[in-house]
Design a protein around this ligand. Structure first.
Ligand code: SF4
Length: 495
């Protein structure tokens, strides 16, 4: 394992961080022209670690090109980590919030920003305390200069982590994704309180101040690149995916945990070194990267941890959170769990995303119960085809890809597994995992913590209704309608 952005021991205070060279990058960034910092990022090849792997320098360049001459560009730390099987951002913050903040302050220097917004879920109390204490130390030490740092305590919804939805939350509105590219519209304190600004935000709309949003791990890497140089960053990793990546391993492995690896490390090595391999007597059959990309089957466990290799393997690296699935699990139940999670979290701005997602979840339940007709099974396939129609964010495609891949994995593992193809007819078994492997509880849910090698899941996810309430019965009203004019509770707070 590597230790660039995930320190082996928690950094105790700002003084300790300075002894590690902390602050040197910020000092240097404030002395040079902004272009020099962006150029260093470009030469480093750093790609955003939030999931999409978008080149960081390209994003910064777009934001700078669209900056307003009258209003400074806010810089936003996206710490709304909600991808199932991912805990790396919280691990980084717990170990060393100073490096993350230093990277974000470098962005402020480049953009001449006077506003830094730290977005964390309201439930991330420990991380919030750690970050706000670090901000206070930096303030007292004079690191902030005229930069105002504020915290946004966001909702538990999965979409909070989506970049445009996060900007909505910063504005005090519900986490409903926008149509527009995120850099095109920034935060807007004068928002009228309506949801999603769907009618205002379009690809033709060039008004508004942009915002720079980067993930926690990305900002930590920025600080290191500015301090050590792009060549140092490229000493490890591959040409297209340089540097390291912080991985989370959970599920059917001996030990759950978080660790940093050089890009290009085979997935199998992460499973062995971080997860200590499969549980006794079991064989891993698949690894699901969060709830966003296709499952990697066991024949592809040698796939190197790079954006390009995961793409070639038919999946995506995402935020490097890996749910390991062994031969005691039933891919149908994992698929149903993924379908439920994503369809519940869908906001319902795009009807097929919500409707088809909920329908697929219900149909998979029928298949698992052994009561699905042939028409039901066929409908799963047709719903997965239409689910992405009119979709404004990636969640719809995630349903298509993740569920489709799990059904394909089930078909690979068992010749009598027949849920996804209408040609093969309906599944009738009530225990698709077989008598030797009784049906296991499979819940795809965000992580609350990882304690002593064991993942702690958000158990409330199972009770969450598609209308985003925890009522005993779902109202049938989509969140985008139910919450359209409901402002978020006190999203903004200062440390
Ligand atoms: S694709 Fe789904 S989650 Fe995304 S905006 Fe549309 S309804 Fe909401």
């Amino acid at each position: 394992m590597n230790h660039r952005v995930l320190d082996t021991e928690p950094c105790s205070d700002l003084e300790a961080y300075q002894k590690m060279g902390g602050g040197e990058a910020l000092e240097a960034a404030r002395l040079v022209e902004p272009d020099a910092v962006v150029d260093a990022l470009r030469r480093s090849g750093l790609r955003g670690r939030g999931g999409a792997g978008f080149p960081t320098a390209t994003k910064w360049t777009s934001v700078i090109a669209n900056a307003s001459p009258d209003q400074p560009t806010p810089v936003i730390i996206n710490g709304a980590e909600g991808e199932p099987s991912t805990f790396k951002d919280r691990a980084i913050i717990r170990a060393n919030p100073y490096r993350v903040l230093e990277g974000a302050l470098i962005a402020c220097a480049v953009l001449k920003s006077r506003e830094l917004v730290v977005c964390l879920k309201r439930s991330f109390v420990r991380e919030r305390d750690r970050m706000s204490a670090a901000v206070e130390e930096m303030r007292l030490a004079g690191w902030l200069k005229d930069i105002d740092v504020c915290f946004v305590a966001g909702p538990s919804e999965y979409l909070f982590g989506e970049e445009t939805a996060l900007l909505e939350v910063v504005d005090g509105r519900q986490p409903f994704p926008r149509v527009t590219p995120p850099w095109r519209r920034g935060i807007d304190d004068d928002g009228d309180g309506t949801a999603a600004h769907a009618e205002l935000a379009s690809t033709q709309d060039t008004a508004g101040v942009p915002a720079l949003v980067n993930n926690v791990e990305t900002f930590a890497n920025v600080a290191l690149i500015v301090r050590n140089g792009p060549e140092w960053f490229r000493e490890v990793g591959t040409q297209e995916s340089p540097g390291t990546i912080v991985c989370t391993i959970v599920g059917d492995v001996t030990r759950n945990g978080v660790g940093e690896f050089v890009m290009g490390t085979p997935l199998a090595e992460v499973i062995e070194t971080l997860g200590a391999g499969p549980r006794d007597g079991r064989r891993l059959v698949g690894v699901l990267p969060g709830a966003s990309s296709a499952v990697i089957n066991e024949t592809r466990f040698g796939t190197p941890l790079t954006y390009e290799d995961f793409h070639d393997a038919g999946s995506a690296l995402g935020s490097a959170g890996f749910l390991c699935i062994d031969d005691s699990a039933d891919p149908l139940r994992v698929a149903r769990s993924a379908a439920r999670f994503l369809s519940v979290e869908s906001c319902g701005q795009c009807t097929p995303c919500k409707d088809d997602g909920l329908a697929v979840t219900a149909l998979l339940s029928l298949v698992i119960a052994g009561s699905a007709s042939e028409a039901d099974v066929k409908e799963i396939g047709s719903r997965l085809e239409t689910i992405t129609n009119e979709a404004r964010c990636s969640l719809a495609a995630q349903q298509q890809v993740v569920i489709g891949s799990l059904l394909a994995l089930g078909a690979e593992l068992r010749s009598d597994f027949r849920p996804s193809s209408g040609e093969q007819g309906a599944t009738t078994t009530d225990d698709p995992a077989g008598a030797e492997a009784p049906a296991r509880r499979c819940v795809l849910a965000p992580l609350v913590d990882i304690v002593d090698g064991a993942a702690v899941y958000d158990e409330r996810q199972e009770d969450k209704q598609p209308d985003w309430t925890f009522d005993s019965v779902d109202s049938g009203v989509y969140p985008a309608q139910r919450l359209q004019n409901v402002p978020l509770e006190t999203p903004d707070t200062h440390p």
